[in-house]
Design a protein. Structure first.
Length: 455
């Protein structure tokens, strides 16, 4: 049954047909199928699903859809959903809801889930404590394999994942983590202590989300344990939650690099005026910055009047500098985000970009010079001093491109050192900066080469 057929079944309120059709569907499939249905129709489907499946389906819906669905459901249905959601996804929902609604939703939780929710909400925003779930399987090192497997069968139903089991001592301190496959392949009488290698990676609850992303990138794990500062095991964080964080952060960085504020919500969900507000600020700043270009050209008005041919290459010059700066700032911002370079590496980056700018500028400068030389064989547009004009353009491109790469690569470091987000050094911002300074370089070089001829 496809989404349209499902909608027809819901419209007919054929509960039996809906339940039969959804029997073999996964929560992501159901969430995708009901996105185009009304809030009331979505509520009917959620009501038909088993409690666990209903909660999992709800988790795969976008945040605006979740909020609308909560309003369409009865209080008892909302309580069922909230109590069966994974703690980390529920924390994200409660955190992003208005304070009054969060307070109301908390009253619908069972005493145990209420305690868990308050505990997770007590951690700093964007910390691992907000992402972790307390549902995991912990074992003792003096158990044998048979005891472990029996314990997993009895207590593993509510665990977020069973790929890894966590070994703790009597005080709850984490001492090792072991993959389940080790127990499945071991002799039933073998002790846990004989399987342990005392090598594990753990996060602390106060670590930032970005720390978790970096650790998951380095470690081949589906989940990682989360401890307090003393090493007591508090919960686990799974890779699916970390991937959501990484995607959200990447989206924000891309939006900032593009020259706007981060939207913090899907493009099709954000209101028109809110989207305009997010984009207008940077555009105004960039527009004011570009006004300096006109000021710079006004300063060289006399040179332009004497050598009008120089004005022909202004778009070429400023675009080349802006493009090189945008390239450099984008590469460095991403390298900083991935941890490939650190603040202490600024000198190495500067050295690389100076030589890269020199090489790139030489390539573009050579193309510009030979283009002018070739065109002058068939046209008089560049006048009798075409050689000097070509030399001016070529040398200017070397200097401007090198300056663009240098400015674009260093600005993220300066912002990071000042405690700001390097992504705010957007490509348009760097391009605007290089546009103004590029004109100064261009006309200064022109004055040197064309003095006594055109100037």
């Amino acid at each position: 049954m496809d989404g349209n057929s499902l909608g027809e079944a819901v419209a007919a309120q054929d509960i039996v047909q809906i339940r039969t059709a959804l029997k073999n569907w996964t929560p992501p499939m159901i969430a995708s199928a009901i996105k185009d249905l009304t809030d009331v129709e979505q509520a009917i489907i959620i009501r038909v699903l088993p409690r666990k499946a209903a909660a999992e389906t709800f988790q795969f819906l976008d945040r605006p859809e979740q909020e609308k669905l909560l309003k369409a459901m009865g209080q008892e249905e909302v309580a069922t959903i909230l109590n069966n959601m994974s703690p980390d996804d529920r924390t994200a929902l409660l955190e992003e809801s208005p304070a009054a609604i969060t307070k109301q939703l908390l009253t619908l939780l069972s005493p145990e889930e209420h305690r868990v929710a308050l505990s997770l909400l007590g951690y700093p925003k964007s910390s691992i404590g907000r992402l972790m779930t307390p549902h995991f399987v912990a074992i003792k090192q003096d158990w044998n394999v048979e005891q472990v497997l029996r314990y997993v069968r009895e207590h593993g139903q509510d665990s977020e994942t069973l790929n890894v089991l966590y070994v703790v001592d009597d005080e709850g301190l984490l001492i090792d983590d072991i993959r389940v496959r080790e127990f499945l392949l071991a002799h039933p009488n073998k002790l846990v202590s004989d399987i342990m290698d005392h090598r594990f990676v753990a996060l602390t609850a106060t670590d930032s989300e970005q720390v978790a992303v970096n650790v998951f990138l380095k470690e081949d794990r589906k989940a990682l344990p989360v401890t307090d500062t003393a090493g007591v095991l508090l919960g686990i964080v799974t890779i699916d939650d970390v991937l959501k964080v990484a995607e959200a952060e990447a989206t924000k960085e891309i939006q900032k690099i593009g020259g706007s504020e981060a939207f913090d919500e899907p493009y099709m969900s954000i209101t028109f005026w809110r989207m305009v507000k997010k984009r207008a600020g940077w555009l105004v700043i960039l527009f004011l910055g570009e006004m300096l270009t006109a000021t710079a050209m006004g300063f060289f008005e006399g040179e332009i009047e004497k050598a009008v041919v120089l004005a022909l290459f202004v778009p070429l010059i400023i675009s080349s500098g802006g493009n090189s700066g945008s390239q450099a700032t984008t590469l460095v911002i991403r390298a900083l985000a991935l941890g490939e370079v650190k603040l202490a590496d600024w000198w190495r980056v500067m050295r690389r970009e100076i030589f890269a700018g020199l090489a790139l500028g030489s390539i573009l400068g050579s193309i510009g010079f030979f283009r002018i030389a070739a065109w002058s064989q068939f046209s008089k547009i560049y006048g009798p001093h075409w050689f000097l004009v070509g030399l001016t353009v070529g040398v200017s491109l070397v200097g401007i491109v090198m300056w663009g790469t240098l400015a674009g690569s260093m600005l993220p470091f300066i912002l990071r050192r000042a405690g700001l987000d390097p992504a705010t050094s957007s490509a348009p911002f760097v391009a605007t900066l290089v546009d103004v300074t590029g004109l100064v370089i261009y006309f200064s070089v022109g004055y040197v080469f064309l003095k006594g001829t055109l100037l």
